[in-house]
Design a protein around this ligand. Structure first.
Ligand code: FES
Length: 321
């Protein structure tokens, strides 16, 4: 795996629940370029690997900026960052990976909830620099919980940036119908936030007549899966390069079966949220269980499968490996 060694250059509070973390290369060189929507894997000394969106201005000289909310249901990553990470500490990170890139559009609506502001803050800066008209709606429970609120207010006018707080009676649930009222050609929408928010925004967008391909989203939370007996049957995988075949039983992932048989595959989140393990499928019907790919990608003729979590609806799946 191609990892970069970085140093924690600074840590500071962003709102009442988040920490901004600046990472610079240990050798003092600029870090690889990135584009808004990109994320990195952070390899924490406690053994966890977590994905965080890059945020702020895209400046190679200033290192990478991420922002981490303290999750009440933390699986350990955000707790470590909030309680143990210190300036000067060395960490390993992946190169930036972008599965949420801005597409060319005449106009853009950015809808963020909670810590979902991180990729969208970077997008707003890029859209402003490119002269693309945009509106950012940032939904929060309490105004003091927001990250980058001061920066957003200083940088963007009240027409461009709207901060809605449900504690003040402006909930996302009520406002999404207004933000998504008019589907227009050439107009793209980018969503980032907790799963419930994204599901509501997608439902409202569909009701208002937005085509799926104009709605782009990213969620760093695995989607709760409905377990279907049918989807959990044993199936077979075939490697296109060698013709080797192995069964994948219900209690194992494709990735586990491949690794047990000595096939080296890139893995990171192992929850279908980072895209590290996406692999082209040559034949077979994929039972997609990742949240990395859009609905359009999941139904395209050229299919990719997240080996860490997705399964097969056909008896055999031939992988481009
Ligand atoms: S390892 Fe992250 S999507 Fe599979």
């Amino acid at each position: 795996m191609d990892l970069l060694t970085v140093v924690v250059d600074g840590l500071w509070r962003q709102g009442s629940r988040s920490l901004a973390v600046r990472l610079v290369a240990q050798d003092g060189e600029p870090l690889p370029d990135w584009q808004p929507g990109a994320h990195i894997d952070l390899h924490l000394p406690c053994g966890l690997i977590r994905q965080y969106s890059l945020t702020g201005p895209e400046s190679a000289d200033e290192g990478y900026l991420i922002c981490v909310a303290l999750e009440s249901a933390s699986r350990g990553g955000s707790r470590y960052i909030h309680q143990q990470l210190r300036p000067g500490q060395t960490l390993l990170i992946s190169r930036p990976r972008n599965l949420f890139a801005l597409q060319t559009a005449e106009r853009v609506t950015l809808l963020a909830a909670g810590i979902g502001i991180t990729p969208l803050y970077a997008m707003a800066l890029r859209l402003e620099a490119d002269g693309v008209p945009f509106t950012l709606h940032y939904y929060l429970k309490h105004p003091q919980q927001g990250a980058f609120v001061r920066e957003l207010r200083q940088r963007f006018g009240a027409e461009q940036c709207h901060i809605h707080s449900s504690s003040e009676g402006h909930s996302a649930r009520q406002h999404l119908c207004v933000a998504l009222a008019e589907p227009l050609p050439g107009h793209s929408v980018y969503l980032c936030g907790p799963e419930g928010f994204m599901a509501s925004a997608r439902r409202v967008a569909r009701e208002k007549g937005w085509p799926d391909e104009q709605i782009h989203s990213e969620a760093f939370q695995p989607v709760a899966l409905e377990t279907s007996a049918q989807g959990d049957d044993t199936f077979r995988i075939t490697l296109a390069s060698s013709g080797q075949q192995w069964p994948v039983p219900p209690d194992k992932t494709i990735a586990q079966v491949l690794q047990e048989n000595g096939v080296d595959i890139p893995l990171s989140c192992e929850m279908g949220i980072c895209g590290a393990c996406l692999t082209p499928v040559i034949e077979g019907i994929v039972d997609h269980r990742d949240t990395v790919q859009s609905e359009a990608e999941k139904s395209a003729s050229a299919q990719q499968i997240a080996l860490c979590c997705s399964r097969s609806r056909s008896a055999n799946l031939c992988l481009d490996l």
